[in-house]
Write a protein that binds this ligand. Sequence first.
Ligand code: NAD
Ligand code: DAU
Length: 327
Amino acid sequence: MTGGAGFIGSNFTHWVIDHTDASVTVLDAMTYAANESSLTGLPADRFQLVRGSVCDADLVDELVARADAVVHFAAESHNDNSLENPKPFIDTNIVGTFTLLQAVRRHHTRLHHISTDEVYGDLALDDPAKFTPTTRYNPSSPYSSSKAASDMLVRAWVRSFGIEATISNCSNNYGPRQHVEKFIPRQITNVIDGIRPKLYGAGLNVRDWIHVDDHNAAVWTILESGRPGETYLIGADGEMNNKDVIEMILELMGQPADAYDHVNDRPGHDMRYAIDSTKLRTELGWEPRFTNFHDGLAHTIDWYRNHESWWRPMKQATEAKYATKGQ
Ligand code: NAD
Ligand code: DAU
């Protein structure tokens, strides 16, 4: 797999080791978003970390040649960073996916490509619609357009070269081992540090939250049983606006509900995402297990409280960067 030292990929690695008898080789460039300690405690006879880029064609070819299947998580993943400096998003998300596609084509290797609901753009707050596999692509940011481009490449390689690939587009993940630049861990670690949480704009933007283990269980299901060439949307009916999420974090951490700051909004900020995961549920029988967001959030808060050494090294630089933008 690629990107296994990041948030979702490291949780996927633990999930696979715990729930299956498969062995995992992680290819990861160990960017600022990676954390090697996310991969501690894994059995040496079933797990290997290879440091390198998914854009390195020779290395990718060598690793794909000995894999039974590839799950492609590696990406630049943060919208705010893509607004500051889009180039790494083009390199990793587009050129990296192209590099991997050429290797799986050469070696006839099964591929699952991890993507995002952001490829569909956003929905209005009063629109009853949700994203489905036939929703038109309409990405807003450099990040989401680079992910949309990568999906298009996968589809083209399926149709033109007959590679055996599936795609999943998932909504916002939360859970352990997520970088403190992201919304939920940023606010939890702010409260731990006595800093008031930071809400972009009015905070009415809606995200469709899913626990990372539910995402990863769905990825495994698609890898095992998904139909080649198909796209599956992964979501757990977890729509909530950012203001309500911050208030829930404050309540769970024993703070007054209004103890947060409104800060500068994100340029081009998508208003609402919502996933219709009917196809995944009816065709492959997947169901989310973490259906109570309040409980899932409480567990996530506990994880950050108990793993300060994991996030502390990245906290100060992350906040300093946000401060330069009034966020
Ligand atoms: P992350 O930023 O936490 O981790 C990304 C990982 O990829 C890091 O370990 C990083 O070092 C690695 N990486 C970056 N560039 C690389 C390169 N050139 N070669 C090899 N490795 C490289 O991201 P995440 O939140 O875990 O997201 C993982 C995937 O899931 C991404 O493809 C993202 O688009 C997708 N996704 C994320 C979410 C979410 O809510 N976080 C939701 C849907 C889809
Ligand atoms: O929808 C899936 C996507 O979810 C993934 O493809 C991305 O990789 C992942 O980063 C995430 O994108 P978002 O932009 O939705 O996530 P982020 O955590 O950056 O922000 C979530 C919401 O919270 C968004 O509306 C912006 C807002 N926000 C964010 C931060 C960091 C704040 O209000 N305050 C903050 O401090």
